[in-house]
Design a binder for this molecule. Sequence first.
Ligand code: GAR
Length: 210
Amino acid sequence: MRRIAVLASGRGSNLQALIDAIAAGRLAAEVVGVFSDRAGAGALERARAAGIAAVSLRPRDFDSRPAFDEALFSRIDGVQPDLIVCAGYMRLLSEHVVEARAGRMINIHPSLLPAFKGLHTHQQALDAGATEHGASVHFVTAELDGGPVIAQARVPVLPGDDAARLAERVLAREHPLLLATVGALVEGRVRLLAGRVADRGRPLAAPLQL
Ligand code: GAR
């Protein structure tokens, strides 16, 4: 699993963490393309600055979600990735593209799944009075933020936190979490086995805590 394609809609700090770790020799992989649904995504700029192919398609140029996904994923298939990383990709994916890539596509989500799926996760955590929050990396399935969780990183919710402060604390842990998880996948240590996360061939009883 050396060839990585990244999907991103936004600023791309998780992408940058991957690029930097690879450049520093801390991750034995290659980012072979960055793909976006937003032409102005910072992630595309970061890719170009690193000499990585950067592709964006506009959803409004397509009749339907499946048609958009078909076009985007045919571009992704063109770079022959072993692993597809959703790093701040904010569009729902259609079932057919996800199911065809089971075990080869992961997503980083800013909550301790299964808690707080969807958007505005930091505000959701504050509103629920959570004392602990964090981030998860999971295999992507057709269910939104619902695939098997590989690894998580936890942070405390502190008195006086607002969504922005909490997001910052979580993001600082997202980067090492993503790197460690991608590392384990690249090495073939972790994989999806019969619908569950397996570590060295053994199903995990609970997500890895990083
Ligand atoms: C990250 O916090 C990531 O977990 C989140 O978007 C941010 C992207 O930041 N993803 C989601 O909310 C997916 N549902 P980045 O563009 O700086 O990597």
